[in-house]
Each structure stands twice: as C-alpha cells, then as structure tokens.
Write a protein that binds this ligand. Structure first.
Ligand SMILES: Cc1ncc(COP(=O)(O)O)c(C=O)c1O
Length: 359
C-alpha cells in the first residue's frame, strides 16, 4: 500500500460549517461570515462579460486587477500577489516559510486555517494566550522560540471579532526577530478601514505581509479571490509554489469591478455595522454577551461550553446554523455572522426562546 507522509496522516481534515436543515425547515446559515448582500451589480455584469472568452486561460499575473488594487490603495502593483482566496496565499506562505525546523506562532484563538497551513508544512504550531479574546502583543513575544519562522495575526480576528490598533502591530513587529515573517491577515480589514489604520506601509520593512480578501466586505466568497501585499523578495519565492492560473478570468474581472465600485462595498460595511449594533443590543436584552466586534460577525459568550452546545443544538433543530468555536479554544461561545435582517431576527428569536426555556 502507498503510504502518505506521516504529518499528513496525523492531520484532521479542515472543518467547514456543517449545514443540513431538518426536513421541512428552510436553512438559515449565519455560520460562514459571508456578506449580508450579494456582490455589486457591476461585479455581476463584469463577470458575465468574461464568460464568452472562457476558452482562454486567465492572465497568470492578474495584471489589471493588481493595478486596480494598487491605484485604490496607493500601493505598488508589483508587490501584490493574488490567490484563490486568501486561504491559498496562507497555504503558500506556510509552504515557503514553515517546516519541520521552522514553527508557526499564532494567538490562542486564531483563525483555524493557520494551524492547518502549519500542519500541511509539517511545522509545529505554537499559540500565545489572548487577553479577553484579544491578541496580546506581550504574550505573542513571550511565545516566540528559537525556531519560530512565521507569526500569523488576523486583525480583526476571526472568530473573536476583536482588533488591536496598528500601534500594537508596530510593537509586535519591532519585538520580533527580523528573520521571522509577520503575516497580518486583514480578511475583515474593510470593516475597520473607517478607523484609518491601514497597515500596508509595514510591508516596506521587508519581513511583513498584509493579506486581504474579496470574500467578506465585497460579498464574493464564491468567486475565490484573495490578495496580499508582499515584500519583493518574498513575492519572488512565493510565486514558485503558487498554482499557476489559480484565479479564473471571471474572478479577476469580478474582483476588479468590485474595487472600482467602492461605494457599494462601503454601503455593505455600513449596513453590516448597523445590524451588528442592533444585534448586540438584542443579545444583551436576551441576557447574552457578545464580544466587541470590528467585523461582519459577533462572537457570543453563552456562559459555558454546555450552554453553547445546547443552544447550538436547539438552533440547529430549527434549521438555524451559527458556528460553535471549540476548535478555536472558545467552547463557551457561538459565532453569529451578521446576515440579512430576517435571518438575524430568526436566530435572535431562537436564542431568546432557548434562553427562556433553558434549564
Ligand atoms: C481571518 C481569515 N483569513 C482568511 C480567510 C479565508 O478567506 P478566503 O475566502 O479569502 O479564502 C477567512 C475566512 O473566513 C478568515 O476569516
């Protein structure tokens, strides 16, 4: 029998949301941090236009998309790499910078794919305690070891929703050895851009990467387009391990149209923030405590792991799916995406009912 490499055998498959509504109930999924509204109509038009040229391979250098992103953010087009979602870029980064002799470090409640990427690279995955589900720079620096190769920090974080200011990221970078790559994953960055704390300038130091995605604020999770700003030398190495042609021509055209319709994306962020504030107030009324959020989701403290799993089961029986968080070391919490208002209302009603009837 052929035998896979031992580090692959010991891995668990990446856990995506389980979504199967009981018979007769409509499925309400608030489990994957998808946008509450579809992509901009301009995105749909741009994507459709490309379909008739589907016999051609896509631009392997994402030229038009990179230049559109560069103009929008005031960054160098030559330092942008695009991937099939930011997942793709995270995996490539781990492939290049992590391995049996180079460990990966992340906060205790980090986005679980950071660990998966480390495992795929056969690298040890270390974590640093957080402070009230918020990244602590001191604890991250304390957790650095002689063989640490990459530090991943999502800011804002998933599943926590919390955020640290740019000044703290600057302290983190300053405290890390120069040979350690710092990856700042800003998958939810657009939801916090009104704070005017963009981090792209940190890339100039030569050992920091900033990642973004079209999956969240742009409502394009199904298109699978992520991107990042990389120091030139790092981009050169990463290109060697990237799947060529990983982003379809449709994805590239759609993403470009999305960047050009900035107003639509901002409206999505504003609508998301309004619904998040409303849901936060409702949750407090129900007697549940959400963590502060700078994203399109709320992490809800259910009081205990048992309460979280009971509430999750009660909601599932109604066809309503939030996301349990034991995998991220938060078994007492459920994560609720800020979805369309009727879906949110249904979830809040179910949580209220569960809370009133819970023993
Ligand atoms: C922190 C974080 N990084 C990366 C991703 C992956 O996003 P993409 O759809 O771009 O692969 C997600 C998706 O939920 C995320 O929450």
């Amino acid at each position: 029998m052929t035998i896979p490499r031992p580090h692959i055998i010991s891995m668990a498959p990446y856990a995506l949301a389980e979504l199967s509504a009981p018979e007769g109930k409509p499925l309400i999924s608030l489990s994957q941090n998808e946008s509450l509204r579809p992509p901009s109509p301009k995105v749909v038009v741009a994507a459709a236009k490309v379909l008739e040229r589907g016999m051609l391979y896509p631009d392997p250098d994402w030229t038009a998309l990179r230049h559109t992103l560069a103009d929008r953010h005031g960054i160098e087009a030559g330092n942008i790499l695009c991937g099939s979602g930011s997942l793709d870029l995270i995996g490539c980064i781990a492939r290049v910078f992590a391995g049996p002799d180079r460990a990966v470090l992340a906060p205790a409640h980090a986005y679980p794919f950071f660990q998966t990427a480390a495992q795929m690279a056969d690298a040890r995955f270390d974590t640093a305690p957080e402070d009230a589900a918020t990244v602590s720079v001191d604890s991250m620096l304390d957790a650095v070891r002689a063989d640490t190769g990459i530090v991943f920090v999502a800011n804002p974080g998933n599943p926590t929703g919390t955020r640290i200011p740019k000044s703290e990221l600057i302290c983190l970078r300053a405290g890390l050895r120069p040979d350690i790559l710092l990856v700042i994953d800003e998958a939810y960055g657009e939801f916090a851009d009104h704070l005017d704390e963009r981090c792209f300038d940190l890339v100039q130091g030569g050992n920091t990467v900033v990642l973004r995605t079209f999956s969240k604020a742009y409502g394009m999770a199904g298109f699978r387009v992520g991107w990042g700003l990389f120091p030139s030398a790092i981009a050169t190495e990463l290109r060697k391990v990237m799947n060529p042609n990983a982003i379809t021509a449709v994805g590239q055209a759609a993403a470009r149209a999305a960047v050009e319709d900035d107003a639509y994306m901002r409206e999505t962020c504003a609508e998301t923030a309004n619904l998040r504030d409303w849901a936060t107030a409702e949750l407090h009324q129900i007697g549940l405590t959400p963590y502060p959020s700078f994203t399109n989701f709320l992490l809800i403290d259910m009081g205990s792991a048992a309460a979280a799993s009971q509430a999750d089961a009660a909601l599932r029986s109604e066809g309503i799916f939030l996301r349990p968080q034991s995998g991220a070391g938060l078994p007492h919490a459920l994560r609720m995406t800020i979805g369309p208002k009727p879906a949110m209302q249904a979830a809040l009603n179910a949580l209220r009912h569960w809370k009133e009837t819970a023993t």
